[in-house]
Structure formats: structure tokens, C-alpha cells
Design a protein around this ligand. Structure first.
Ligand SMILES: NC(=O)c1ccc[n+]([C@@H]2O[C@H](COP(=O)([O-])OP(=O)(O)OC[C@H]3O[C@@H](n4cnc5c(N)ncnc54)[C@H](O)[C@@H]3O)[C@@H](O)[C@H]2O)c1
Length: 382
């Protein structure tokens, strides 16, 4: 299949591109390095240096023999989008290209506006480009479990049958996000659903939980193929941040009571979920939705697991409950259904002590480079 990976420089985009390329698909990636630019502007570094896309694709070709075409440009700009879609004519599009950080979206007005414009423009451009250049292509879009929020009822997989005054109808499951970033993901879902109904697009929307991890099968070839790894409070995901905090001797920063529960997954499972979605495309005029995570944990559970693993490495890990900068429930009901991807054949990589030890032993090599100042940035929701 010819698969276009949008956001192919990113934490998830680059490993996905390599994974699909290794499976024999023809891959092109597009990215404008927005994430790298925002990190520079906010003065937060990745844990280690990451080569640019031209260098990474050349390196990938040298170790695997597979070619990945790299297109550098802004997908919120229609001219660039038409150039890429016309040239590559994809059969499937994996859309990762968004500003993905909730704290960044809550930083100030400029960051909020950038997140809104960028995320919605890219999604709209993908929809228009598919309709114009490859109407039969399957769009696999990365959404987030955060779209649902934390309702006091079970979270179904995308849809909810509502019975009202004796009649029934199936609607998108109610969405109620906890940050502006997550709200843009809800708006993306609405846009996609509208154009699925109106233009008969094929779409799979993956409601993904926070991802952790560094290694995938393809990164074993060469460390320079590793995805970037953020440990700062703005862009880092919680488990990756806790691992770095443990290594550098910073108390694990649990917000408030720590009962906030979410569904998590290993980066290896992200790649498998996306591949399974591509192998089982939506029909014309169908929106498939999967809840993409493998295990639910509270923040306290994660901190406890990191403490145990860290103490096995004699890191003397401490946990600190700090004032919660976010507006969110710190203890709540949480029972999301997530059988769709398992039914397609997903074999989860669960969060074991071995997984944590492998991450910690890797991060320890970079201990001297960890900048403690970027661990707490205190981005407040109000
Ligand atoms: N990482 C997670 O835990 C997680 C969880 C749930 C959902 N997601 C979603 O998955 C996707 C990928 O997340 P990630 O962690 O890899 O983020 P990331 O920031 O590492 O990757 C996104 C990539 O898209 C690029 N991009 C953004 N806007 C662009 C534009 N206008 N033109 C071209 N390229 C653009 C960025 O430069 C970046 O390389 C995002 O949509 C995110 O919302 C991520």
C-alpha cells in the first residue's frame, strides 16, 4: 500500500513510518518540524539529539534497504498539501500532524490559537485533499481518549445508543474534554464524521491514551533511529516523565490526589494498532472508532510502579503530591471499553517491571544531560 504518514518526524510518526516501511509498504512522510520549533521556543530539550527527517530516512534506507520519501512543509498550507497528495497519491493516510500537548494549549492565548488553527486546518486539509486527489483512500486519524473526559458512566467505543421518549438513535459518544488541545481533537472528530456522512470518506478515528516507551523493533538497528523523547512538563507524557524524574533524583510529581485514571499503551502497541486499522479499513461512508489503550492506571499506580522499579536500581525514588495545575477530577469512575483492536488481533505489551527497568537503564546513560529546570513548568489551567 502507498501510505502517507503526516507528522512523520514526531514521537509516534517516525516509528510508525519505519514499522510500515518494514512491512513492505511504500511510505512517504510529511512534517514541518513544528514540534521541534515549539520545544525550542519553550526552551525544553529532548533527552537526546534526534537527526532531522532527511538524515533519518537516509539512515533507515542504509540499515533496512527501504526508501521513505520525506516532504518538509506545513500541512496547514493548501499548496504544500496538494503537492504532496498529487505526487504520492496515497491509498491510506495516517494523520498524526497536530500540536499534541494539553499543557502547551493552555499556556497563553498565542499557544491556544496556534493549537486551534494548526490542528483544525491540517484535519480540514486532509479531508479536502482526500476528496480531491484520492477519494478512496482510508484516513487513519489519531484522536485521544481525552475526548471523552471522565464521565460517571462506562465509556463505549465511539458511539452510544440513546433511548429517548420511546425512540432510539445511535450518536457519537458524548465528548467533554479537559483541555483546549483535547477539545481540538473533538472538533476533528466532528469534522471527519460530517464529511464521512456527506462525502462518503473512509475514516478510522483512534481514541488513543497516553503513550509510553522508546523502543520498537525497528529502532534496534541504530540508536539514531529512536523517536524523540520529551521529559518536560509541557510535552512529555506522564510515564516517560516519571522515569526521567526517578533517574535524576527528582520526586515523582503527582498532581493532587493522584487518582486521575487513564488508559495507557506502549509505543509498540501504537504501531500495531495503526497497522491493524490500516489492514481493516473502514468502508466508504463509514467512521470506525477504536479506544486505543491496553491498561488503565491511576497516576498513583504509575508512580508506585516507577518507584518500585527505580528502587530495584537503587535510585531511592520519592513521590510528591503537588498542587494540581489542571482542572480535573482527582478521583472518579473510569471504565472505558476497549475490545475493538483486541478483536482485530492486537497482542498488548503490558507495563511490566522489565519494561520500566529497560527504559530506566536507557535513560540513566543520559543522566548528565537531564535539565532539572524543565521538569516543572507549572502551566496552570486557570
Ligand atoms: N503521544 C501520545 O501519548 C498521544 C496520545 C494520544 C494521542 N496522540 C496524538 O497522536 C499524534 C502524534 O502525537 P506525538 O506524540 O507523536 O506528537 P509529536 O508532536 O511528536 O508529533 C506530531 C508531529 O506532527 C508535526 N506537525 C504538527 N503540525 C504540523 C503541520 N501543520 N504540518 C506538518 N507537520 C506538522 C509536528 O512537527 C510533529 O513532528 C497527535 O495527533 C497526538 O494528538 C498522542
Amino acid at each position: 500500500m502507498r501510505i502517507l504518514v503526516l507528522g512523520g518526524d514526531g514521537y509516534l510518526g517516525w516509528p510508525t513510518a519505519m514499522h510500515l516501511s518494514a512491512q513492505g509498504h511504500e511510505i512517504a512522510v510529511a512534517d514541518n518540524y513544528l514540534r521541534r520549533r515549539l520545544c525550542r521556543e519553550e526552551q525544553v530539550d529532548f533527552l537526546y539529539e534526534v537527526p532531522d527527517l532527511n538524515e533519518r530516512t537516509a539512515l533507515w534506507q542504509s540499515v533496512s534497504g527501504h526508501h521513505i520519501a520525506a516532504h518538509i512543509g506545513d500541512l496547514s498550507q493548501w499548496d504544500f498539501v496538494t503537492e504532496v497528495f498529487e505526487k504520492f497519491s496515497p491509498q491510506a493516510v495516517v494523520h498524526y500532524a497536530e500540536q499534541p500537548a494539553a499543557p502547551y494549549s493552555m499556556l497563553n492565548r498565542q499557544a491556544a490559537t496556534l493549537t486551534l488553527h494548526n490542528n483544525l486546518s491540517v484535519t480540514a486539509n486532509v479531508i479536502f485533499a482526500v476528496r480531491e486527489f484520492c477519494p478512496d483512500a482510508h484516513i487513519v486519524k489519531l484522536g485521544t481518549m481525552g475526548e471523552y473526559g471522565t464521565p460517571n458512566i462506562d465509556i463505549e467505543e465511539g458511539w452510544l445508543e440513546v433511548e429517548h421518549k420511546g425512540r432510539k438513535h445511535t450518536f457519537l459518544y458524548p465528548r467533554q474534554a479537559g483541555s483546549l488541545y483535547h477539545t481540538t481533537k473533538i472538533m476533528d472528530t466532528d469534522l471527519l464524521w460530517f464529511y464521512v456522512r456527506t462525502w462518503g470518506l473512509r475514516v478510522t478515528d483512534l481514541m488513543q491514551g497516553p503513550v509510553y516507551g522508546i523502543f520498537t523493533a525497528e529502532t534496534q538497528h541504530d540508536e539514531r533511529l529512536l523517536p524523540f523523547f520529551s521529559y518536560d512538563e509541557i510535552f512529555g507524557t506522564v510515564l516517560n516523565r516519571f522515569v526521567v524524574q526517578a533517574v535524576v533524583g527528582h520526586p515523582l510529581s503527582v498532581y493532587g490526589k493522584g487518582g486521575q485514571t487513564r488508559g495507557y499503551l506502549n509505543i509498540k502497541d501504537t504501531l500495531n494498532c495503526v497497522r491493524l486499522s490500516l489492514e481493516n479499513p473502514a468502508d466508504r461512508g463509514e467512521l470506525k472508532i477504536f479506544n486505543q489503550f491496553t491498561e488503565a492506571f491511576s497516576v498513583n499506580d504509575l508512580a508506585e510502579k516507577v518507584r518500585e522499579a527505580g528502587n530495584q536500581l537503587k535510585l531511592n525514588v520519592k513521590i510528591e503530591h503537588i498542587e494540581n495545575p489542571r482542572i480535573e477530577a482527582e478521583a472518579h469512575y473510569y471504565n472505558p471499553i476497549h475490545t475493538g483492536l483486541l478483536d482485530l488481533g492486537l497482542k498488548p505489551h503490558y507495563l511490566s517491571k522489565e519494561v520500566l527497568l529497560e527504559m530506566m537503564e536507557f535513560v540513566i546513560q543520559y543522566k548528565g544531560l537531564i535539565n532539572k529546570d524543565q521538569i516543572r513548568r507549572n502551566v496552570k489551567w486557570n
